[in-house]
Design a protein around this ligand. Structure first.
Ligand SMILES: [Zn+2]
Length: 176
């Protein structure tokens, strides 16, 4: 993840719109370098600059953008975990109530799971190995895998314990 020169120019133009400070080629080079090191995305960088001027407004440098991007990512991750926690609690609570409730909660949990791309029940998972995976291209009989995106093992495949949702769907569609 990084930003192109045009994207950096776009981000700096937004900053200039707020503070009126003209930026030159040296700024573009420096900000591009920071964007690559701190792995910004373009939408995140734009949001960070706008946030900075909405809530702070002091001098802005790349570190300000990086900190705001990281704070947003952390908040998104906390929200995601909270959602998972709520779904899990609902599932546990359903265990002590009637079957109608537990069915309702099970489908709610499944809806969340589908939205997040979770793998489904082991039984279906196993059966789905019979077909190729449209998501990760695993051949029939081969486990689903994910590709490592970052670090020294980038590009390596890691087999998953489960299968991708779309593979289960591919199996279900094949049954018809
Ligand atoms: Zn797969």
């Amino acid at each position: 993840m990084s930003l192109t020169q045009n994207e950096i120019v776009g981000v700096l133009k937004v900053a200039t719109a707020y503070d009126g400070r003209q930026r030159g080629e040296a700024d573009v080079v420096a900000w591009m370098d920071s964007a690559a090191r701190a792995e910004w995305t373009y939408p995140e960088a734009l949001e960070a600059v706008k946030d900075h001027f909405a809530f702070d407004g002091s001098w802005i440098g790349p570190a300000v953008v990086t900190k705001r991007i990281q704070a947003r990512r952390d908040a998104a991750e906390r929200a995601r975990l909270a959602e998972l926690g709520a779904a899990k609690r609902a599932e546990l609570e359903a265990g002590t109530t009637g079957p109608a409730d537990s069915e309702r909660v099970r489908s709610a949990v499944e809806a969340v799971a589908n939205r997040l791309g979770w793998q489904r029940k082991p039984k279906k998972t196993h059966a789905a190995l019979a077909v190729a995976c449209p998501h990760c291209q695993a051949a029939p009989g081969r486990p689903c895998a994910r590709v490592i995106r970052r670090g020294h093992r980038a590009g390596e495949f890691v087999p998953l314990a489960g299968v991708h949702v779309s593979r289960v769907e591919a199996l279900t569609n094949g049954d018809r």
